[in-house]
Ligand binder design. Structure first.
Ligand SMILES: Nc1ncnc2c1ncn2[C@@H]1O[C@H](COP(=O)(O)OP(=O)(O)O)[C@@H](O)[C@H]1O
Ligand SMILES: [Mg+2]
Length: 268
């Protein structure tokens, strides 16, 4: 199997068929507040080492100061890693002053200097505002993707993309993996779900999986439909007795071990 980028949270890595593809571009999409930045930070602290550090670029919608301030409330945020294996860089100022070309140059310079194992750009979508038209954005995208693929590093691009943008925004075609975070309302409840929308070169668990956010980060509860059965699982052919001979007789020969039986009836 090709190498994978792990989140450190096993259910998520399992849903991803073993993890995000390493040395590839992954996209995390979802509305504001869905947990994109928190999930990206989980990958950061799970994978950062002094030899292969992580560079986290913030752009205009995610100011650096906020990412670090809110990050510190997360249990996995490791202050001591900052400056040795995790480097936060502001890309917003550069893109404001020097446009998308400036952004490409800053990212390239960081790759040369730090030799990172992972690069995060949060928010990537915010960079759209600095292109005169979609053709210019495409040129920027292809230039950046080219420079990233020349060096063995994984990238996570974060964005407040809507569903419709999957077919219209060029970054979705470039991305090797797409994770979508959604909040759906049902009555008074708001349920958070994650879906793998694309994963090049690997199988993954389809459908939507519920998740929760806490100070431990994103915690996933994969739906069971895709869970592979234990290979050596054999259902016993021996029935269990209810202990009431007449009832066993009515049920032909009792209950199957490992099966569930619903007892229904009025109170009392
Ligand atoms: N300690 C926590 N416990 C529960 N939920 C939290 C905690 N910290 C953050 N959150 C939730 O995470 C959300 C922010 O996540 P964030 O990654 O910043 O979202 P995004 O980057 O998608 O806008 C908040 O709206 C809040 O609901
Ligand atoms: Mg965010």
């Amino acid at each position: 199997m090709s190498p994978r980028l792990l989140s450190g949270h096993e259910p998520l890595d399992t849903v991803l068929g073993g993890g995000l593809p390493a040395n590839a571009i992954s996209l995390i999409m979802g509305r504001p507040g869905s947990g994109k930045t928190i999930l990206a930070q989980q990958y950061v602290f799970q994978n950062a080492t002094p030899k292969r550090p992580v560079v986290y670029f913030s752009t205009v919608s995610e100011p650096l100061e906020k990412i670090v301030r809110f990050g510190q409330k997360l249990n996995f945020f490791d202050r001591t890693a900052i400056g040795t294996s995790v480097f936060y860089e502001d890309l917003g100022g550069t893109v404001n002053q020097h446009g998308l070309t400036g952004a490409t140059e800053q990212i390239s310079a960081a790759i040369k200097e730090r030799r990172p194992g992972l690069i995060v750009i949060d928010s990537f979508k915010a960079l759209h505002a600095f292109a005169d038209d979609s053709a210019q954005f495409r040129r920027f995208l292809h230039e950046l993707a080219g420079r990233l693929s020349a060096f063995p590093t994984a990238s996570i691009w974060v964005g407040e993309y809507e569903d419709a943008e999957i077919s219209s925004s060029a970054e979705f075609a470039v991305a090797d993996a797409i994770l979508e975070l959604t909040t759906a309302r049902s009555g008074l409840r708001a349920g958070r779900t994650l879906e793998v929308r694309k994963l090049r070169g690997s199988g993954f668990w389809s459908g939507v999986h519920a998740y929760r956010i806490s100070a431990d980060g994103l915690r996933l509860f994969p739906r069971l439909a895709d869970a592979p059965l234990e290979e050596d699982y054999q259902q016993s052919g021996v029935r269990a007795s209810s202990g009431i001979p007449a009832l066993d007789e009515m049920l032909a020969d009792g209950y199957w071990p490992g099966a569930s039986t619903l007892l229904a009836g009025p109170t009392g």
